[in-house]
Design a protein around this ligand. Sequence first.
Ligand SMILES: [Zn+2]
Ligand SMILES: [Zn+2]
Ligand SMILES: [Zn+2]
Length: 254
Amino acid sequence: MKVTFLGTGTSQGVPVIACNCEVCLSADKRDNRLRTSILLETGDKTIVVDSGPDFRYQLLREKVKDLDAVLFTHEHKDHIAGLDDIRPFNYLLHKVIDVYATDRVQTALKREFYYIFAETRYHGLPQINLHTVTNGEAFKIGESTIVPFEVMHHLLPITGYRIGDFTYITDAKTISEQSFEKIKGTKILVLNALQKEAHISHFTLNEAIAFAEKVGAETTYLTHISHNLGKHADVEKELPANIRLAYDGLSVEC
Ligand SMILES: [Zn+2]
Ligand SMILES: [Zn+2]
Ligand SMILES: [Zn+2]
């Protein structure tokens, strides 16, 4: 499976509008972070996890020509805002996109994108098939088995996804032992790390490192990064060799 980081930034992205900090002004392309999402090419299916506000530009940048499914982690706007831009796959490829979300996230999608679910459908609406995700219950997309599990974003449950030796977690603050059981043994782990200072609903850099070391994956990539974390090149020097900062456009095989 090929994994491509479509975006690795927190909800405001990096640079932040009107910010003059050294990260936002950095000339290093790795300090430019669109909102967090990944592309999974499994061999028989093309899947994205979350479709944030930068979804259209991310798919153009990576020249994505096909899409089968969207997996949602949770309903915060930085993870769902771009769903409308699946429409080219509807009308160019004549595909209905499979959307996977928990009941609670489905309720939010029906509120935020009410027109997709309207009784009277006008021409050109996004076309989706909604599938219910229940944390702990594996499902298949093509040949791939997807294992969803719950992590906590302060009080909000978030869905993490494991596919074979790859595990993707964003927006976590705490992870139960029950979920750790689902994650352990993974070879490639993606984990959120917002900043160094404490935050009520996101792992700090040190909390992410501690959890990454507990899992002991071959490589952990950190994502959902704020401009407050510091410059990519500086932070990478502080990290253990098997824990790296992800950056937009990075691809890994697993
Ligand atoms: Zn987020
Ligand atoms: Zn800044
Ligand atoms: Zn969130």
